[in-house]
Design a protein around this ligand. Structure first.
Ligand code: AMP
Ligand code: ZN
Length: 137
């Protein structure tokens, strides 16, 4: 299986590694939205958020917190986005689960403002019911 992130983990491909522990590795995104844009990934290959076992998800979230804090302090950001694209429709291009941590500044020109919808009468409850019945306890 061809996976650029697995290649980075195995040392076959270069990366600016920011952090590493038993389960997680973090490195700079090669095409940053803003400089310092960092990815946090599990060392095991999982395609997306739903395929990551909870234990490893905990580890990756814990690491993401550390990295977000380090980015905020060291780059003096005004904020940051934590984003995970899941599936081609959502813009995922590398199918090894990752969080993006994107440094943000009041003056940056990056906007994520999609056209927002309105629910028609009663349809908000319909959507909520569909999702509620599918939530696993
Ligand atoms: P996504 O589109 O959410 O799957 O994000 C994949 C990200 O991986 C993109 O932002 C790419 O710029 C980044 N990327 C791809 N190849 C590399 C690489 N060799 N080193 C660092 N980042 C990479
Ligand atoms: Zn991989």
């Amino acid at each position: 299986m061809d996976c650029i992130f697995c290649d980075i983990i195995e040392g076959k491909s270069e990366a600016e590694i920011i952090y590493e522990d038993e389960r997680v590795i973090s490195f700079l995104d090669i095409r940053p939205v803003n400089y310092g844009h960092t990815l946090v990934i599990t060392k095991n290959h999982y395609e997306n958020f739903l395929s990551v076992p909870v234990k490893e998800l905990n580890a990756v979230i814990k690491a993401a917190r550390k990295i977000a804090e380090a980015i905020s302090i060291s780059l003096k950001t005004d904020g940051f986005n934590i984003v995970a694209n899941n599936g081609t429709a959502a813009g995922q291009s590398v199918f090894h689960f990752h969080f993006h941590i994107i440094p943000r500044y009041n003056t940056d020109k990056f906007h994520f403002r999609p056209e927002l919808k309105n629910y028609s009468n009663g349809s908000m409850k319909e959507f909520a019911d569909k999702i509620r019945t599918a939530v696993k306890k």
